[in-house]
Design a protein around this ligand. Sequence first.
Ligand code: SAM
Ligand code: SF4
Length: 329
Amino acid sequence: MIDPFGRAITYLRVSVTDRCDLRCVYCMAEDMTFLPKADLLSLEELERVCSAFVDLGVRKLRITGGEPLVRKNVLGLFENLGRHLKSGALDELTLTTNGNRLPEYADALRAAGVKRVNVSLDSLDSGRFKDITRWGDHGKVLNGIRAAKAAGLKIKINTVAMRGVNEDEFNDLVAWCGDEGFDLVFIETMPMGDIDGDRTDQYLPLSLVRANLSQRWTLDSIADNTGGPARYTRCAETGGRVGFITPMTHNFCESCNRVRLTCTGTLYMCLGQDDAADLRAPMRASEGNELLNQAIREAITRKPKGHDFIIDRRHNKPAVGRHMSVTGG
Ligand code: SAM
Ligand code: SF4
């Protein structure tokens, strides 16, 4: 699948639920209204859409949410999608998680063919972690990370950089990830969905973060080989990789190879735009995949050049109304 700007679409992110067992301040309001369960695609339907994308050339699947591991029986989805890894049709099956449930799931995910996992961790301090996630238990998440490591999963830590919240910990995070053998990726806050606070206060450009880190660490730019929007560096002192996802300060759209499916079967061709295609109706219209494939191909012809995120005092409304937990981070 090639989009109008010549980009090959080889990566699908799938949000399997918009629900979550945490309430991170930058992501959700505390009192969220979630989709009625009846609107969700069944796990069988999610598998069918994912498999259609694999047939059309997708090589990498990331399961996300919301919190993917709160979806009942989600392991079955991983196990069934694992067959595409075995056949060679898929290069990678992976997930992004808050880590809460990794103690129960890590071994089974590894057995299903998952090799890498992204875990979100914004602080190494348990009190602060609680403030950021509202409902989180730091010890539980650290146990989850340990379980994933013990299961042989490669780990990438995602840290949202927030002004005045966790910026004094970035050196410690680089050191800790280096010691543990984890990649670390910093993310800028993106204006998605209403939250209780004001994102202009939280927004911290990663150009600044990188400049500050460079006073302590030697960060050498390296070629990105993960197919994602992160720009990677190698930290000479720890040997670990440190990446920066800068949707706000750097246009990461030109090499975008991905599209995103929500748990209701809506396909978003861009994280930062509202245009979308419904795949649920064509999928349910027949048992074969002809209509579904047609709808997917048509959607790809509408993939926009890029997003128009902007955060400043004059634009303090979210750029897109939906939360990150709907389209999946
Ligand atoms: N619940 C899982 C987790 O937290 O990893 C997966 C879904 S979460 C929406 C995926 C990623 O998006 C997380 O790393 C999270 O920190 C990030 N995220 C959520 N809302 C964001 C926002 N408004 N701006 C930037 N990153 C955000
Ligand atoms: Fe949940 Fe992930 Fe959003 Fe935090 S970032 S509230 S863990 S979906």
